[in-house]
Design a protein around this ligand. Structure first.
Ligand code: GCO
Ligand code: MG
Length: 450
């Protein structure tokens, strides 16, 4: 054993006797790379030089994206950190905490940076910090792709399929309007359509009618009565099956809102209409009741858009209590945990159906589609068509054709941000997207989730 530097023989023997001699050698024993340097950050490796957020709402939906800049001139990456209901908390988490933590680090080491960001706050696994991590994580995958000269889906192992099959959103104030809305998507070649309907006299998730005002409740309240909803939905699908036939794959999102017993009743009542999947029958707080639902109905179940960490999905997946996992990738920390979740679900026959309506930036969509192409157990991809303004802010938005979404073939995500145009769409005081959460109540005033 080499004599420790600047310690005399007597000290060394004493330390050796005390078993602490090794401490003096520790740095010398740390594994080095072939060149004998710190393997995490070899002398000439690139470094993160800046991390910043862009907040923009070209569709009046508040989006947060993260830019990671590097010491390689012109090499940077973009990621999605969109938690549309609390976007400024994510901006703060990125700029005040992750930025100083990351500057000087080597962007090549995605997993190591993810794990170190994850524990850097000590308390972890929540939506705000996960979104902040996601913005950096997806940007690191973008950088990795640019350095490799490959689109991100190639870094994940290449394609299992040509493109991602999409489901579109249909809705209406009554069954006829919903039927017309589904038919319009069918005429465009879509094979999967989610159907939502207003409930007479009440508000309902995903349908325009805000229902009747309730004079005894706060002015901005939307009234929802679960029993009226549970009575209506089977009739909606009876109508749609009678008018549209059995071939079109129909989906429905209950968006929590009903009791466990009502979820069991509705799941059984929907069986004869053969839904492709039935989403969020219960709030995340009630996931243990899925065992009852699963044992009593064959209606396929989708859950997960509200999940933030593995504790929420491990039992559902390992006990095969759901058929589709619906997480919002940035809510769980980005592409790095997303690909682990996709791999986990494959072993239990659960398919992916990544959450992807309007409150996801084009980078989040690109991460969804990279997994959609590269993972065997793809189920379906939720659709969102960006408007013209969003496509100008984010040049390179993925192509959608005949109900399929295609990954870009350029290195990384193949999407950029026109930062000048992004400034034209600042966050509005009361954005359209989160106007109703925390404002839906039952007739008696009880808050409805959500
Ligand atoms: C869906 C979701 C969304 C959420 C929205 C919340 O299935 O697409 O339920 O519509 O309500 O993403 O911000
Ligand atoms: Mg949903």
């Amino acid at each position: 054993m080499r004599k420790p530097r600047n310690a005399n023989r007597r000290d060394f023997i004493r330390q050796a006797m005390a078993g602490t001699a090794i401490a003096g050698l520790w740095p010398a024993m740390a594994p080095k790379n072939a060149a004998g340097e710190d393997a995490f950050a070899p002398k000439d490796s690139i470094r993160i030089t800046d991390v910043k957020t862009i907040c923009t709402a070209p569709e009046r939906i508040r989006l947060v994206v993260v830019k990671v800049e590097t010491s390689d001139p012109g090499l940077f990456g973009w990621g999605c950190a969109t938690f549309t209901q609390r976007p400024l908390t994510v901006k703060t988490a990125v700029e005040e905490y992750l930025r100083p933590f990351l500057i000087g680090k080597n962007p090549d080491n995605i997993e190591d940076l993810w794990q170190s960001m994850y524990v850097s706050s000590y308390w972890r696994n929540g939506p705000v910090l996960n979104n902040a991590i996601s913005g950096v994580d997806m940007a690191l995958w973008d950088i990795k792709g640019k350095r490799a000269g490959m689109p991100v889906y190639q870094l994940l192992g290449g394609r299992c399929r040509i493109a991602a099959d999409l489901y579109a959103h249909a809705s209406g104030r009554d069954f006829q309007e919903v039927e017309d809305s589904v038919r319009r998507w069918m005429e465009k070649g879509y094979r999967h359509v989610r159907a939502q309907v207003a409930i007479k006299g009440y508000s309902a998730y995903g349908a325009s009618d805000a229902g009747e005002a309730a004079s005894n409740l706060p002015p901005d309240t939307q009234v929802f009565e679960p029993a009226a909803y549970v009575r209506t939905i089977p009739k909606l699908f009876a109508h749609l099956r009678e008018k549209l036939g059995d071939e079109i794959e129909l989906l429905h999102d209950t968006h929590e809102r009903i009791s466990c017993a009502q979820a069991l009743q509705l799941g059984k009542a929907l069986e004869e209409y053969n839904l492709f999947f039935w989403e969020d029958p219960l709030p995340p707080e009630e996931v243990d009741y899925f065992r009852q639902i699963r044992s009593q109905t064959s209606t396929p179940l989708a859950m997960g858009e509200l999940f933030n960490n593995p504790h929420e999905w491990l039992d559902l997946i390992s006990e095969r209590l759901i058929d589709y996992i619906r997480v919002h990738l940035s809510q769980i920390g980005g592409l790095t945990p997303g690909r682990k979740l996709a791999a986990l679900t494959e072993h239990f026959g659960v398919k992916t159906a990544w959450h992807g309506p309007g409150d996801l930036s084009p980078f989040g969509r690109a991460a969804n589609v990279a997994l959609d192409l590269a993972c065997y157990n793809f189920g379906i991809q939720e659709q969102h068509i960006f408007n013209e303004a969003a496509q100008e802010v984010f040049p390179g938005c993925l192509k959608i054709e005949n109900g399929y979404e295609y990954a870009n073939e350029e290195p990384g995500w193949g999407i950029d941000v026109n930062e000048e145009k992004a400034k034209k769409f600042p966050f509005r005081e009361s954005p359209s997207f989160d106007m109703s959460w925390g404002r839906v109540r039952r007739r008696d005033g009880t808050i409805v989730r959500p």
